[in-house]
Design a protein around this ligand. Structure first.
Ligand code: PBG
Length: 325
């Protein structure tokens, strides 16, 4: 036998060979594009900490969603920045709020697109936490928050959202939302559970984009400890029991092992959130000429798919769709 015995390089010799033996694919239909909605008309406000990301007014959001659809993207997820915030986060369930308006406008502009709405209080509360505070105003009151989340989910469903995505990490949020949707005759609306959402430093730029940093303390009383993988699987299991249609691991990059474990444990569709910090660190390095944005972004997105995610929430959705188009 000639040496070496194994010749793996034979199948790497041309782009045709490589595409023939490629194990993981990336397509525009795998992406869910996050859109930030703010009040006003013809507003496209750049987010300083996320180059290439904007807060859009409703009219611009609808235009952008139509463009995303033309690029092959099949789902968007909406986040709202309200004009006023209060202790209860009542803007979250205002049927005339930015998110319901944007849902309606996008459904009219692009009826085939799946419109998802993030369900949380942090953009809407004056204290910046993901739920309502208890009497001492030191902690988030789990059960009082459930009613607000359910009301918000119903408002988004009534506006036409085909999917609601609770991200507050309250226990029981999936069940309370599922029950509220069903009571309201919204049995067709799916729930995407931010099941394993970790208390992460990689959300930093998002809090700038959504104007939602907590005014005191942090979110580690409700989001997960980055050290825990077994607990992540329990979160996924309990969200499935509560009626989740899809589950998510978030962030993605520092949690590829969690994505893999989740993939092996559940047959529900699995999403992963390639979060703001994961986006901005590559953007920042690329701006300095330290790495090639397109190459690194596609490598990251491929890795998230390889780990086992079906769909990826990513700020690169439109760029990546063009790159792989
Ligand atoms: C909370 C929410 C956050 C993100 C999505 N939904 C931020 C947080 O928990 O502080 C982060 C997304 C990102 O960083 O891209 N509703």
């Amino acid at each position: 036998m000639p040496f070496p015995l194994t010749r793996l390089r034979r199948l790497r010799r041309s782009s045709a060979w490589r595409s023939l033996v490629r194990e993981t694919t990336l397509a525009p239909g795998d992406f869910i594009w996050p859109i930030f909605v703010r009040p006003g008309k013809r507003v496209r406000r750049p987010v300083a900490s996320m180059p290439g990301v904007f807060q859009f007014s409703v009219d611009e959001a609808a235009r952008e969603a139509a463009e995303a659809f033309r690029l092959g993207i099949r789902a968007v997820i909406l986040f709202g920045i309200p004009a006023v915030k209060d202790a209860r986060g009542s803007g979250a369930y205002d049927p005339k709020g930015g998110v319901p308006q944007a849902i309606r406008a996008i459904r009219v502009a692009v009826p085939e697109l799946v419109v998802m709405a993030d369900v949380c209080c942090c953009e809407y509360t004056d204290h910046g936490h993901c739920g309502i505070l208890d009497k001492a105003r030191t902690e988030v009151d789990n059960d009082a928050t459930l009613a607000v989340l359910a009301q918000a989910a119903v408002a988004y469903a009534a506006a036409g959202a085909q999917c609601v995505a609770p991200s507050a990490m309250m226990d029981g949020q999936v069940r309370s939302i599922r029950e509220a949707l069903d009571r309201d005759g919204r049995g067709d609306v799916a729930v995407l559970a931010y099941a394993a959402k970790f208390a992460s430093g990689f959300y930093g730029p998002f809090r700038d984009a959504a104007e939602s940093p907590p005014k005191f303390g942090d979110r580690s009383g409700y989001q997960m400890d980055p050290a825990n993988i077994r607990e992540a699987l329990r979160e996924i299991e309990s969200d499935r029991e509560e009626g989740a249609d899809l589950v998510m691991v978030k962030p993605a990059l520092a949690y590829l092992d969690v994505i893999r474990a989740a993939r092996e444990r559940t047959d529900l569709p699995l999403c992963a959130y390639n979060v703001s910090g994961e986006y901005s660190m590559i953007k920042a390095a690329a701006e300095r000429g330290w790495c090639d944005e397109r190459r690194c972004a596609l490598e990251v997105l491929t890795a998230i798919r390889r780990a086992g995610a079906d769909a990826i929430l990513t700020y690169w959705a439109k760029d990546a769709a063009k790159w792989i188009g």
